[in-house]
Design a protein around this ligand. Structure first.
Ligand code: ADP
Ligand code: ADP
Length: 228
């Protein structure tokens, strides 16, 4: 769990209008924030700035009060779940989930890995599939593996980039419920990018509306829903 503070963040890709323009937001420990807005408004850029995949042009990013602008992604200890899952096709489900724990810098002893993979798999109902390869899984199962890889690390926060957009409507509904349950159970700070109205209004504690790189509004789903 972590508190994440965005202080006047700016991202410039070139000379044009900034992709992220003076964005400030305090995300509390354990909070679930949904980031919404039309395509091209900067959602993905902002998420990538937080996780460290994109340099910050101006402003400060603080995790638990510590400025992390210049820290590499691995030192920020945040777990990102990508839209395209980014699973390793040659590894099994179990190996995919264990992958972040086997990286040199993770410092998790091999003797702990199996237990941790098991717990993540339990939470995501993947126990019967640990020896399968991603190619033999359904879209929903692949999404679970991607989430398993995020939760196995006990990262400080989850960052989701439109995780359900490749799933059909029925599965999306199921996974929505599951993500909400998982987030409550783990109480891990979460920033979740989506352009899906239902996800925006049902999943989070607060919704942050981004437009042309500017944070237009931050409100509870109820406040947004009851707006004229
Ligand atoms: P969203 O995720 O809301 O669809 P993005 O964050 O992907 O929006 O993009 C925000 C803006 O920044 C867009 O105008 C996009 O064209 C631009 N942009 C994103 N990535 C790059 C990049 N690597 N180089 C130049 N411009 C980029
Ligand atoms: P989109 O425009 O669909 O949101 P982006 O290109 O903005 O996609 O962000 C996802 C991309 O980030 C992935 O396609 C991948 O190339 C890249 N990426 C960077 N680091 C990683 C990583 N550790 N694991 C997987 N993908 C990564």
């Amino acid at each position: 769990m972590a508190r994440i503070e965005l202080r006047n963040l700016v991202k410039r890709y070139g000379d044009g209008f900034p992709a992220i323009n003076d964005v400030s937001l305090d995300i509390a420990d354990g909070e679930f924030v949904i980031l919404v807005g039309p395509s091209g408004c900067g959602k993905s850029t902002l998420l990538r700035m937080i996780v460290g995949l994109e340099d910050i042009s101006e402003g400060d990013l603080l995790i638990d009060g510590k400025r992390v602008n210049d820290l590499a992604p691995r030192d920020r200890d945040l777990a990102m779940v990508f839209q395209n899952y980014a699973l390793y096709p040659h590894l099994t489900v179990g190996e995919n989930i264990a992958f972040p724990l086997r990286l040199n810098h993770s410092k998790v002893p091999e003797s702990e890995i199996a237990g941790r993979v098991q717990r993540a798999a339990d939470m995501l109902e993947l126990n019967d599939h640990l020896d399968r390869k991603p190619a033999n899984l359904s879209g929903g199962q692949r999404q679970r593996v991607a989430m398993g890889r995020a939760i196995v690390r006990d990262a400080k926060a989850f960052l989701f980039d439109e995780p359900l957009s490749n799933l059909d409507a029925k599965l999306r509904g199921q996974m929505r419920t599951e993500i909400a349950r998982m987030q409550r159970a783990l109480a891990t700070t979460t920033v979740y990018v989506t352009h899906d109205q239902t996800e925006a209004l049902t999943l989070g504690d607060r919704v942050a509306v981004l437009r042309k790189g500017v944070l237009q509004q931050v409100a509870s789903p109820r406040e947004l829903y009851e707006q004229p």
